[in-house]
Design a protein around this ligand. Structure first.
Ligand code: SAM
Length: 247
């Protein structure tokens, strides 16, 4: 089955744009700060950003001194934004599925991906593809929706509240049933793939990667000040971040 391109759906695209423009989105409060802390030195590195979206990370990498950054995305609409908002002589944007990265005919020092790998069906095969386009000594840093989030078949995991209305626990199910999840997110039928924590780590290990760091981010004080309800991240994590190396 070919990869779904939901970000080119007009309703989805507009919904996602509104989410990212909001001052209190989880990307800016939680996921991006954690990813930034795990970035290696990028001076003079060649970088591949998979599912680069608006290209905001690509332009950040330029400011961090990269030699060149290639942003790949399946969505034409996301790349239209990237080409206007995140254009630079050191950036190149390629409209294709990240599962086709071998077609780039190039190898890289660093592969980065923010919140896109849960759209990939066969992560075992994809981990091998990434390994083959990474230079020896190169690193992979990616975030994805946490397996606790992707687990429940209909996407409807939920918080449970005590009698005072305070969130105290989280219910999810189907954890040990990896595979497709069809959820409603702005539109019906958004396809994501659930993998257990061990599925993710084993796919990387079997491809040859050495895992260097794993993070399930919790909010810092400044983020809690901006959005007090984000303390619910202490009940269950939203994101899984992994840093790995080709040795
Ligand atoms: C949640 S957005 C994240 C965008 C960007 N990484 C960021 O952090 O702002 C996920 C992105 O992954 C892209 N995507 C999903 N499936 C893809 C695939 N098979 N190949 C390339 N890009 C894909 C989407 O089009 C979208 O731009």
């Amino acid at each position: 089955m070919s990869n779904q391109n939901i970000y080119d759906n007009e309703t989805f695209f507009e919904g996602y744009k509104t989410l990212r423009a909001a001052e209190t989105n989880y990307n800016d409060l939680l996921e991006q700060p954690a990813m930034a802390k795990m970035l290696p030195d990028l001076t003079e590195k060649s970088v591949l950003d998979l599912g680069c979206g608006y290209g905001h990370n690509c332009i950040d990498f330029v400011h961090r001194g990269v030699k060149r950054v290639v942003g790949v995305d399946i969505s034409e609409k996301m790349l239209e934004v990237a080409k206007t908002e995140s254009a630079h002589e050191k950036t190149e944007y390629v409209n294709m599925s990240m599962t086709d990265i071998a077609k780039l005919g190039e190898t890289f020092d660093f592969i980065y991906s923010s919140l896109a790998f849960h759209y990939i069906k066969d992560f075992d095969a994809f981990a091998k593809e990434m390994y083959s386009v990474l230079n020896v000594g190169g690193q992979l840093l990616f975030s994805q929706e946490h397996p606790i989030i992707t687990a429940t078949i209909d996407g409807n995991g939920h918080f449970n509240k005590n009698l005072k209305g305070k969130r105290v626990s989280y219910t999810f199910s189907n954890y040990n049933e990896p595979g497709e999840r069809k959820v409603h997110w702005y539109v019906d039928g958004v396809i994501k793939y659930h993998r257990t924590f061990s599925n993710v780590i084993n796919a990387l290990a079997k491809a040859g990667f050495v895992i260097e760091e794993v993070c399930e981010p919790t909010p810092e004080d400044w983020a809690v000040e901006k959005l007090p309800t984000i303390v619910k991240e202490y009940i269950k994590p939203n994101f899984l971040i992994v840093k790995a190396r080709k040795v």
